[in-house]
Ligand binder design. Structure first.
Ligand code: NAI
Ligand code: MG
Length: 482
């Protein structure tokens, strides 16, 4: 027997979207020169027009951030800065529904995720860092660690407001001011966050938001007034940034791609594991740098896991992201949909076997059915390259050592998962895996207290926790401390 779900649409009337937006500089919205549209990827409806940041816009934003840094923010006590962060966190909670609906409209991710995961985590990041603002002397980073000055922050479209929070909250807590650029397809929640800064009466210029594309991002990276860069996005752009700052004294954290291995040992609790596999790759349409996009199954349980996974995948509800029943929303952009389609076609051509459950996809908007490829080998491109979509590559292994070798055999090293009932095996495997984050018997769990970041081409540095604070502070001799 199957159940038909009645539609359960979240109302969009809670958000007011303006017809166009300027940049947020020195506490005010200032009009841009040129505009470009932002779409709802589920319907292709144009939601608003966003300003394309120019060199002069970036200059003004950096000047405002510099002034706010020297005149106000670096002079303020940690306790006072903390009050602003607490205030922002509380306003974000009060306006959580508005942010959740707006994020779903602009990004295409399901309301169930924006409401229950993205926005609560955003508030949690501000609360967590508010608590650190007056305790930096006790963070184990030496006596009186000092901020860098103006941080340039460039974020992607997969977790728009959450990546803003990962960047802005630690920067502000540590006494830096910021110029942030959201991704071109998802600027709306950052612009609503600018309103929150006004509502919290954050001093002008502490947070500046310049919208635009890669050229705007590059202008921020190369600006001489920027002292620290925090970037999340593709490995390709991460490498460009590393090259651009190589001969400067700019500090950088880079959070780049991944090809996370989710390893299932033969003693794993299979039903729970299947839930974890689904969460690992189909959460946020698979637009997750730490997604469990390579499933590595012990041969003796492979058939059972794949069979149960397929049954589970037929229950994934793909559809209107504003519907509270939806599990898998829209792909964020036409470009990303093309990329997912192209890499999946490579999987077919290389001889892997593709499977998706029957599901009807809307003609309008950008959609991709949940997909698994079995018979994948390490040489296949779909085992090596980030697809960044709801596509899982399945490999198998016989011995634990082989599992580790396969798991580590990519240019990346961001995340991994281990499914096993044996604690000793989990400890052994997690010590062998070259990944910044390792989950055991769970996947895609995030907490502001837990540092996040990668090995190899997955990036530099850590965000979150004490390690994340260190990325925004001069420590030891650098700080001029005696
Ligand atoms: P991207 O790296 O081009 O974009 C990320 C951000 O960087 C955006 O704000 C963009 O405007 C900005 N940017 C682009 N070029 C820049 C430059 N030269 N200097 C400074 N900033 C620049 O990523 P894109 O094109 O949106 O996605 C391509 C692929 O990257 C995806 O298919 C996925 O594989 C990966 N990706 C990984 C993410 C992660 O969380 N690690 C997030 C987004 C994408
Ligand atoms: Mg959009």
């Amino acid at each position: 027997m199957t159940f038909e779900y009645a539609p359960a649409l979240e109302s969009r009337s809670i958000v007011e979207i303006k017809s166009k937006y300027g940049h947020f500089i020195d506490g005010k919205f200032v009009p841009g020169k040129k505009y470009f549209p932002t779409l709802n990827p589920a319907t292709e409806e144009v939601l608003s027009q966003i300003s394309l940041g120019t060199t002069s816009d970036v200059d003004k934003a950096v000047a405002a951030a510099q002034k706010a840094y020297t005149k106000t923010w670096s002079k303020m006590s940690g306790k006072e800065r903390g009050k602003y962060l607490y205030r922002i966190a509380r306003i974000l909670q009060e306006r959580a529904r508005e942010f959740a609906v707006l994020e779903t409209l602009d990004n295409g991710k399901p309301i169930r995720e924006t409401r229950d995961i993205d926005i609560p985590l955003v508030a949690a990041h501000f609360f967590y860092h508010a608590g650190w603002a007056d305790k930096l002397d006790y963070a184990g980073l030496g006596h009186s660690p000092q901020p860098y000055g103006v941080a340039g922050q460039i974020i992607p479209w997969n977790f728009p407001l959450l990546m803003l929070a990962w960047k802005v909250a630690p920067a502000l807590a540590t006494g830096n001011t910021v110029v942030l650029k959201p991704a071109e397809t998802t600027s709306l929640t950052a612009l609503l966050f600018a309103e929150v800064c006004q509502q919290a009466e954050l001093p002008n210029g502490v947070v500046n938001i310049v919208t635009g594309d890669g050229s705007t991002g590059a202008t921020i990276v190369n600006h001489p007034g920027i002292h620290k860069i925090a970037f999340t996005g593709s490995t390709e752009v991460g490498k460009k940034i590393a090259r651009a700052i190589a001969s400067t004294d700019k500090k950088a954290t880079l959070e780049l791609g991944g090809k996370g291995a989710n390893i299932v040992f033969d003693d794993a609790p299979i039903d729970e594991t299947v839930e974890g596999i689904v969460n690992g790759i189909f959460f946020n349409q698979g637009h997750v740098c730490c997604a469990g996009s390579r499933l590595i199954l012990q041969e003796s349980v492979a058939d059972e896991v794949i069979e149960k996974l397929k049954v589970r995948m037929t229950k994934i509800r793909v559809g209107d992201p504003l519907d509270k029943n939806t599990d898998l929303g829209a792909i964020n952009s036409k470009e990303q949909l093309l990329k997912i389609g192209e890499l999946s076609a490579v999987g077919d051509a290389e001889g892997a076997e593709r499977w998706s459950p029957a599901c009807s996809l809307s003609e309008k908007g950008y959609w991709f059915a949940p997909t698994i490829f079995t018979g994948v080998t390490q040489a296949h491109r779909i085992a090596q390259e980030e697809i960044f979509g709801p596509v899982l590559s399945v490999l198998t292994f016989r011995t634990p050592q082989e599992a580790i070798e396969k798991a580590n055999n990519t240019p990346f090293g961001l995340s991994a998962g281990i499914w096993s009932e044996k604690g000793s095996r989990i400890f052994w495997a997690s010590q062998q895996l070259k990944a910044g984050v390792i989950w055991a018997n769970t996947f895609n769990k995030f907490d502001p207290a837990s540092p996040f970041g990668g090995y190899k081409e997955s990036g530099w540095g850590r965000e979150g926790g004490r390690h994340g604070l260190a990325a925004y502070l001069k420590t030891g001799k650098e700080s001029g401390a005696k």
